[in-house]
Design a binder for this molecule. Structure first.
Ligand code: ZN
Length: 549
């Protein structure tokens, strides 16, 4: 019965498409475009953002909807920062698929496709988003005499005489920020610890003044709370013109205390692991800090910049170098979102690209640990070159980020090997290796546009050369466990010495030779696309979804 009706529907559809083709060429063209856009929407799997709420107290249940309300204000502020007149953009659109994709991208430019426009007539995305006047050139900005022009918390605008000036966020957004601050203060009344209460009140004040220092310090001091929120104007990625202006965003969080305890235990091994790095003594003489504040959270709401396009699964804050020097930083691992990406993306990828015999090694704990140790491993190695070229970052210029991400990936795996040997970490190395290789396929799909993408391609090609995996005739990949360990060791050695020597030419050569997707890999990635494996996720989220009033 079901089958029959499916056939009937298929017939009706094909007939109507046919009549459409013959009678109205324009209409047909629209259908094709829409289905291409539907495919773009399909790149994102929808996930309900939630966690075990039965653990919450009544006060916590009252607090979360208030925090979500504050986070939603960040949505509206970010929409303005990235696009401008958001309502008129949405009002000009009628196709529900287009509207959906505009909302996913927070604008008419495709974040998974190098910001190319997908709405007719909008033109290219301005590099400076809506932070600067659209007609302003870099030269004009650089020669302009504006106070605080490189400030993190202002727009650059033109006055009636055409002169550039800085408009502080707290002025432009005064009434919205007041609303958000009020929600934070109301939430503070339900705070379960004095640390959280203090942080929420200081953060409310910070939103109104654009001065986040005191609240950042209070955030780092706050240790024993279960509920948390990251909120404010924070990252500068959206400003691709200069990288000065920050974007509003928010994460409403619940701490996973069991996992957090485990991570604290692993971080204590950093100095010991630093000593064991597979490089000569001089490349490991810096001492990593052991007070890495690493915690695991489930997220209940992504707001503003955090919710645009691909979703992050780890945060490291605050960004202020002054505070980092004084107090360090905090790393947050977002576990329910990692789990969603694992289920919706990594497992389906492995089902296509990993040899059937090894699919049993694809494992969420391994995926979680690989990601988490990546973060810890940023603390290993050295920050300064050994030959007077200054910091590694300065010496390696535009390649610095890609090499640093590559280092963290491979040293994360090295840490796992070591901690398994020491019996500190439990599990089978085969799970970690196989899940690691499958993760490379997931990451390279983001392309060469970002540091992680380049790092993954370099590693993929390096491991291939070292026989750490083999592509079988059936188009699947087999991990060669015995060769993996050597490959991890030699790649660690290569990256750490390139960093220590500040060897810009050497890194440029490595990226040029290995930082690209060869034809066989591209063919395999195309198979993932044909199989409609999502690239990233979007959320059903909010107080309604959580059934919290
Ligand atoms: Zn990283």
């Amino acid at each position: 019965m079901k089958k029959l009706s499916f056939v009937a529907i298929a017939l009706i559809v094909s007939v109507s498409v046919f009549s459409c083709q013959s009678s109205n060429k324009k209409e047909n063209q629209k259908t094709t475009e829409t289905s291409a856009l539907q495919q773009k929407v399909n790149q994102y799997a929808t996930v309900k953002l939630t966690t075990d709420l039965s653990q919450l107290t009544n006060n916590q249940k009252k607090m979360i909807p208030l925090l979500i309300k504050a986070a939603k204000v960040m949505d509206t502020l970010y929409w303005y920062q990235t696009y401008g007149d958001w309502d008129s953009l949405l009002g000009s659109l009628s196709d529900s698929t287009v509207i959906k994709y505009v909302k996913i991208n927070v604008g008419p430019w495709d974040r998974l496709d190098e910001d190319n426009p997908f709405v007719k007539g909008v033109g290219e995305k301005p590099l400076g988003a809506n932070f600067y006047p659209k007609d302003m050139t870099k030269e004009e900005f650089e020669s302009a005499d504006i106070s605080n022009k490189t400030g993190l918390y202002n727009f650059i605008r033109r006055d009636s005489a055409g002169e550039l000036y800085a408009l502080p966020y707290n002025v432009k957004f005064k009434s919205s920020l007041k609303t958000a601050a009020k929600y934070l203060k109301d939430a503070a009344q339900y705070a379960e610890t004095s640390g959280l209460e203090k942080y929420l009140n200081l953060r409310a004040k910070a939103l109104l003044t654009d001065d986040f220092y005191d609240s950042d310090i209070a955030w780092l001091d706050m240790r024993d709370n279960t509920i948390g929120i990251v909120i404010g104007s924070i990252e500068t990625y959206e400003d691709q013109l200069f990288g000065y202006k920050t974007s509003y965003e928010a994460y409403v969080l619940i701490k996973n205390k069991d996992w957090s305890k485990k991570l604290a235990k692993y971080a204590a091994y950093l100095p010991e692991l630093q000593e064991g790095l597979p490089v000569p003594e001089k490349y490991k003489k810096e001492t990593p800090g052991t007070d890495a504040d690493l915690n695991v959270y489930d997220v209940l709401y992504y707001g503003g910049f955090a919710n645009a396009g691909a979703k992050t699964i780890a945060i490291n804050l605050p960004n202020s170098e002054k505070i980092q020097m004084e107090k360090g930083s905090r790393r947050l691992q977002l576990r329910n979102v990692m789990k969603a990406k694992f289920d919706k993306i990594l497992v389906p990828i492995a089902d296509i690209l990993i040899t059937p015999k090894q699919r049993k090694y694809i494992d969420f704990d391994a995926f979680f640990n690989n990601t988490m140790f990546h973060e810890v491993a940023h603390g290993l190695g050295i920050k300064n070159t050994l030959n007077g070229k200054g910091t590694v970052r300065k010496a390696l210029k535009e390649y610095a980020s890609a090499l640093e991400e590559g280092k963290a990936d491979v040293l994360g795996l090295y840490m796992i090997e070591q901690l398994l040997n020491k019996d500190v970490l439990q599990g089978d190395i085969k799970n970690f290796y196989t899940t690691f290789i499958a993760s490379i396929f997931r990451s390279v799909r983001f392309g060469a546009g970002d540091a992680h993408g380049i790092a993954n391609m370099v590693r993929f090609n390096y491991f291939k050369e070292q026989d750490a995996f083999t592509r079988l005739d059936d188009g699947t990949y087999k991990v060669n466990f015995d060769k993996m360990q050597d490959a991890v060791k030699s790649l660690s050695h290569l990256i750490l010495t390139l960093q220590g020597n500040g060897d810009y030419a050497g890194v440029a050569k490595l990226v040029k030779e290995k930082g690209k997707i060869g034809p066989p890999l591209q063919k395999d990635l195309n198979r993932l696309e044909k199989a409609n494996i999502p690239v990233d996720i979007i959320f059903e989220q909010g107080a309604d979804v959580l059934e919290l009033k």
